[in-house]
Design a protein around this ligand. Structure first.
Ligand code: ZN
Length: 445
């Protein structure tokens, strides 16, 4: 299945079904920003797509940050005086604050309370909390359970390890015909939460799997790494290639029933922004476009002023815009396969447009060239003859070297795909030349 097919109904539903199965397999694993849970997740991912894995040692300086100690956990619980486990990590990994330091002691309820987190407004849900950079520990529990805790003595155990180790991330790289590159980044650091972040991992895998059966122009890197420290680490290790980065997407939260949402890059008018606008303003996959703000996911790092990369973000309900966000209610039942399929269609089309976009120059600009003698009249590839003729005339007229195909599509009101076909036909007839094609791909690794 190639990327073009993923834009269709049945292929996208088939891919969504496979993505959901991958999410189901990954859901029970306790992930964090480092540790064996991330490695097990990458193992499962590696069964679907080729992966190049990177392990970066704890303590490595990354701009104003450093790679933290590696966190692994075997068990954790709060037990009452009879030894009964009231809060049990083995029942749900959200019960432990991620990166909790080890502890084994008895304490009163009053001493325990400051270490407990619950959601009074959703008393049956377990919240998701982290403590990456504070040497602390804590438990998350349903507010109903917390309310029922009787005064007394409690045994508190977190059997975890915080020790020098590594930060793990992986890339699935699809080589392109040119030296230009694009990136798709999705975070891998959440434990048993489905929409955030397993949907992003599974959709990225579906896209990478389709694209590697294609022959893209750009080299596409699908990067699977932890939030914030992962994208910072990737940027730090890849500074030399950033000048070749033509486009990029941070993706995640792609399976809920909210509408598709694209957040523009800091620059706001990059090829990624214009491609996403074309996709979300069409009837097939309608969605919402929002301007950049320095809050959100890893686009914050890619769009920090020292990089200012052409990277936007595609989600459905972003951040905390759905009540189940960062709680145990963000489970597999929150994810709709039809929503996953629509996300796959929208992203497949966005990536296709980004990849095919190019700046072109009319080689016969004085007067209209005669199309008939070059066999360019009549219908082409299922397009109505009139529409294709229109597209040829628009491309010839606007291909003055200052515009790319997206700009010609925007100005003419014709779809990018129609303009792309017309441009390809004109290139074949030697009436058009691609301007910004960089040198053929040699090795970019
Ligand atoms: Zn999150």
């Amino acid at each position: 299945m190639v990327l073009q097919q993923l834009q269709g109904g049945s292929a996208s539903r088939e891919a969504a079904s496979a993505a959901f199965e991958l999410m189901r397999a990954m859901y029970p694993i306790c992930r964090s920003i480092t540790g064996d849970g991330v490695r097990r997740t990458l193992d499962l991912l590696g069964e679907r797509i080729p992966l190049e894995r990177t392990e970066v040692p704890s303590g490595t300086a990354v701009y104003d940050w450093e790679v933290p100690r590696e966190w692994n956990i075997r068990d954790a619980y709060i037990a009452d005086e009879s030894g009964r486990r009231i809060v049990d990590f083995r029942e749900h990994n959200l019960h432990v604050v991620s990166y909790s330091a080890p502890v084994d002691r008895s304490m009163t309820l009053d001493e325990l309370q400051p270490h407990l987190h619950s959601l009074p407004e959703h008393p049956d849900w377990i919240p998701y909390r982290t403590s990456y950079y504070a040497d602390d520990w804590g438990f998350c529990l349903a507010h109903r359970v917390r309310e029922a805790l009787a005064p007394g003595s409690y045994r508190v155990v977190v059997d975890s390890q915080l020790a020098p180790g590594h930060l793990s991330y992986a890339e699935s790289i699809v080589d392109g015909a040119t030296q230009d590159e694009a990136i798709v980044y999705t975070h891998t650091c959440h434990p048993s939460l489905a929409n955030d972040n397993l949907s992003g991992i599974a959709v990225a895998a579906a896209l990478a799997d389709a694209l590697r059966r294609d022959r893209p122009r750009l080299t596409w890197r699908f990067v699977f790494g932890p939030g914030t420290i992962g994208s910072l680490t990737w940027l730090h290790r890849n500074e030399a290639r950033l000048s070749r980065l033509r486009a990029g997407l941070v993706i995640g939260l792609l399976g809920d029933r909210g509408s598709l949402s694209y957040k523009r890059s800091r620059r706001g008018d990059t090829v990624t922004d214009r491609a996403a606008a074309q996709v979300l303003q069409s009837a097939g996959t309608p969605g919402v476009l929002t301007d950049f703000e320095p809050y959100g996911y890893d686009e914050r790092q890619f769009c920090s002023p020292g990089f200012d990369l052409p990277v936007g973000r595609m989600t459905r309900s972003a951040n905390s815009h759905y009540p189940e966000y960062h709680s145990s209610a963000d489970d597999l039942s929150l994810v709709a396969e039809e929503a996953l399929a629509e996300s796959i269609r929208a992203l497949a089309r966005t990536i296709s447009i980004v990849d095919a976009n190019r700046r072109v120059l009319n080689l016969e600009p004085r007067g209209e060239p005669r199309l008939g003698k070059r066999g360019l009249y009549g219908s082409v590839g299922g397009l109505a003859p009139g529409e294709f003729q229109h597209a040829l005339l628009w491309v010839l007229n606007l291909a003055d070297g200052s515009r790319d195909l997206l700009a010609i599509s925007e100005r003419s009101g014709l779809s990018f795909e129609t303009i792309d076909r017309a441009a390809s036909a004109l290139e074949d007839a030697r009436l058009l030349r691609v301007l910004d094609e960089t040198a053929p791909h040699t090795s970019t690794r």
